[in-house]
Design a protein around this ligand. Sequence first.
Ligand code: NAD
Length: 438
Amino acid sequence: MRIAIIGTGYVGLVTGAGLAETGNAVTCIDRDQGKITKLLDGKIPFFEPGLDDLVMRNVKGGRLQFANTIADGIKDAQVIFLAVGTPSASDGSADLSQVLDAASEVGRNLKDYAVVVTKSTVPVGTADKVRARLQETAKVPFAVCSNPEFLKEGDAVNDFLKPDRIVVGTDDDRARKVLEDLYSPFIIREHKVYFMDVRSAEMTKYAANAMLATKISFINEIANLCEKVGADVELVRKGIGSDSRIGTAFIYPGLGYGGSCFPKDVKAIIHTGQEYGQKLSILEAVDSVNQRQRGRLLEKIMMHFGGKGQDKTVGIWGVSFKPRTDDIREAPALSLMEGFLSAGMKVRAYDPVGMENAKQLKLGKDVHWATDAQDAIKGAHAMVLCTEWSEFRQPDWTAVKRDMAAPVVFDGRNIYDPIRMRELGFTYFGIGRRVDNR
Ligand code: NAD
C-alpha cells in the first residue's frame, strides 16, 4: 500500500518505518527541513533505540522515503496519517492548529480517494473538524478515521511492531477494509484490532493516558503519606502490587509524571469535560497532585540546605523525562534545575542522550554539562537522581563519595537501597522511603 505520514517525529517516524517494514511504500513528511535533511543523510533526528536500523533497512529497500512538503509527499497515497504535534494551549485544551493546518493542506493536494487517519492524540470531535477542513478544499472523496497511537518512547519500535492492541475508529466500510489490510501483518497471532466508532477511539487514547497518570499520582500521594507516618512506600508498593487486581505496573513513586503526553493529555481531557459540563474531579486531583509532586523534591533539597543554596553545587543524573529517550519535554529534571539556578546554586548535569536537547533551552547556558556521571558530581553538595538510566544503577560509590563535596544523595526514582547508602556513608533521601528506623 502507498502510505504518507505527516509529521516525522517520535510517532510519525516509527509509524512510517514500521509500516515500511511490512512491505508498504511509505513517505514520511515533515515541514522541518532540518529533520528531513538529516534523514536524507542517513541520520535519525532523535534518539529511539532500534529505530536507526529499522529506518536504514527500509530506506535501503526503497520502501521508505522522505519529503518536506505535503504536496510532494502525499502524491498517490492511499492512506495519509496525521502524526503532528498536539501541544497544550494556554487554557489546557489540545492545540489542534498543526492537525487542522495539515488537514487543509492535504485537502488542497488530494488527487484521488484516500483514507485520512488521525494518529496524533486528539480530543473527541477532532475527526469531524478534520473532515470539515478537508471538505473545504478537497475535490475528490475521502474518509476520515481515528487510529490513536499507544507506543512508548524508549520502546517505540517494539510497541509498534508488536502492539498490545490497535484501536481504529471508523464508520466507513471502505476505510475499515483498507486499515484492516494495512494492520493485518501486525496481528497474526491474536485478534488485537479494536474497531469502534470514531469518538470512542479518540476517547480511548485519553482514557488510557488518564488512567496511567492516575496510577502515578496515586502512588506518589501514598509515598508522601508513607514519609509522614514512617512507612516505606517500596514495601507498600510490592505489598499492593502482588494483588492481581492492582498489578505491579505503573505504581512507581517518583518526581511526578512528565514527558510530552501525560501532562498535556490529562489537562486536555479535563478541558473536554469542562466543555461538556462534566467535572472530572479525579483527573483534576491527578493533575494537581502531580504539580505538587514536581515541586516537592526541590523543597526537600532546599530544606536540606537550610533554605540557602547560594554557595552550593548540585549534580544531576538524568535529564530526559525517562530512560531510553532523548525527549526532555516536561522532564522533571528541568524544573529542578530551574529551581536550583534561581536559588543561585551551581548545577552540573549529565544524561546519556538528553543533553543536546537540554543545551538548546534557556537554562542550557547556565548549566555545566558534564562529560559523564562522575564528572557531574564533582564538588557537588548533593547528587540528584532524576532519570533511572541503567548506567546510574551501580556507580562506583567510593569514587562518587571521594569526588563530592558532601556525600548526599536525593534519589528521585527510588533506585538505591537506603540502608546500603547509609552504610556507604551517604545521607540518603528517597521518595516515601523509611530510612532511619529499619
Ligand atoms: P513530535 O513533536 O516529535 O513530531 C511532530 C512533527 O510534526 C514535528 O517534527 C513537526 O515539525 C511536524 N509537523 C507539524 N506540522 C506539520 C505539517 N503541517 N507538515 C509537516 N510536518 C508537520 O511529536 P510526537 O511526539 O511524535 O507526537 C505526535 C502526536 O502523537 C502527538 O499528538 C502526541 O500526543 C501523540 N503521541 C505521542 C507519543 C510519544 O510518545 N511521543 C505516543 C503516542 C501518541
